[in-house]
Design a protein around this ligand. Structure first.
Ligand code: HPA
Ligand code: ZN
Length: 329
């Protein structure tokens, strides 16, 4: 039995496995510029975040109907459950779909068909986090929040993703203020490729409660001290960092130093279809490459539930935390 954990940094579009991409392409009459899954997999050799994003957005062309989003999410939840995920807070990128003529309703209703069945079918509780694309305009983000208003009972919070450098958090001040006024929780990617200042800005200007990635905080001792003091969770994604060349090899990953510094780190999969593994695979990888002991792994699992947006159901959080403490490696 795998270690119970929550997944807090997962882009549902990044769970699109090559086999499902071709299946959906055939179902929807969409042609992909790859002969087969093998040729597509060869394109998974990324140089940086942007080179990944190009393929990530290209393959989304196969996602057209509610059923497509349902199938995508259900396939993810089955894989996540098999790797010990008990709770998943799932990102989606509506602007990338709306731009292709696929409406907010199709995306949210489709995902919800799978999420609504997830506890019964897979034993995984779920929440949805709507991300704004930071390389799109602030106005577009505001329009996206407006389009989401009929579905807010299904969305726990907002996030910020896509190309980071040159798109500082401050650009999205207004939409985050509006999201907060609507009672939405707030997170943002920061310090993946962007500088530590973006982490500070996400906290101070956007009021985020968690930082997605946040790896580059390690360049600023004062910032690390603050993140420790304020218990700001970081949703790290080790296999993603290697594939996008944020770190050279997994053995160089700063996770052990971050834990030693007292940071509230979690381990997540980001875009598992593209980066070589789901949540459990990321745990296994850091365990072997970084020599993390059982108590460190337990700490990471405990952190994942502590950092979850489960305030509406503290009984559930306590149950999950008890599962972590009782786990025998
Ligand atoms: N970083 C930024 N944007 C993203 C990512 C990521 O790792 N995955 C999907 N969109
Ligand atoms: Zn991400």
């Amino acid at each position: 039995m795998p270690l119970p954990k929550a997944e807090l940094h997962l882009h549902i579009e990044g769970t699109l496995e090559p086999e499902l991409a071709f299946e959906l392409a055939a179902r929807n009459g969409v042609s992909l510029p790859y002969a087969d899954t093998e040729e597509l997999r060869k394109a998974y050799d990324f140089e940086d975040l942007q080179s990944f994003l190009n393929l990530y957005y290209e393959l989304m062309a196969v996602l057209r109907t509610e059923r497509d989003f349902e199938d995508l999410a259900d396939a993810y939840l089955a894989r996540a459950a098999a790797q010990g995920v008990r709770h998943a807070e799932i990102f989606f990128d509506p602007q990338a779909h709306i731009a292709r003529g696929v409406g907010m309703g199709t995306v949210v209703e489709g995902l919800w068909r799978a999420l609504g069945e997830s506890e019964a079918r897979h034993g995984v509780s779920t929440q949805l986090i709507m991300c704004f694309l930071r390389d799109e305009s602030a106005e577009s983000a505001l329009e996206t929040l407006e389009a989401a208003k009929p579905y807010l009972d299904r969305i726990v919070g907002v996030g910020l993703d896509s190309a980071e450098v040159g798109h500082p958090p401050v650009k999205f001040r207004e939409v985050y203020e509006a999201a907060a006024a609507l009672g939405l929780r707030r997170v943002a990617h920061a310090g993946e490729e962007g500088p530590p200042e973006y982490i500070t800005e996400a906290l101070d200007v956007l009021g985020v409660e968690r930082i997605d990635h946040g790896l580059r905080c390690m360049e600023d001792a004062g910032l690390v001290e603050r993140l420790v003091r304020e218990r700001v969770p970081l949703t790290l994604c080790p296999l993603s960092n290697v594939r996008l060349r944020t770190v050279d090899v997994l053995a160089d990953h700063p996770l052990p130093a971050m834990l030693d510094a007292g940071l509230l780190c979690t381990v997540n999969s980001d875009d598992p279809a593209y980066f070589g593994g789901y949540a459990g695979d990321n745990f296994d990888a850091v365990r072997s490459a970084l020599g993390l002991g059982e108590e460190r792994l337990r700490e990471l699992a405990r952190n994942s539930f502590l950092a979850s947006f489960l305030e509406h159901d503290e009984e559930r959080r306590a149950r999950y935390l008890a599962e972590v403490e009782e786990y025998r490696f």
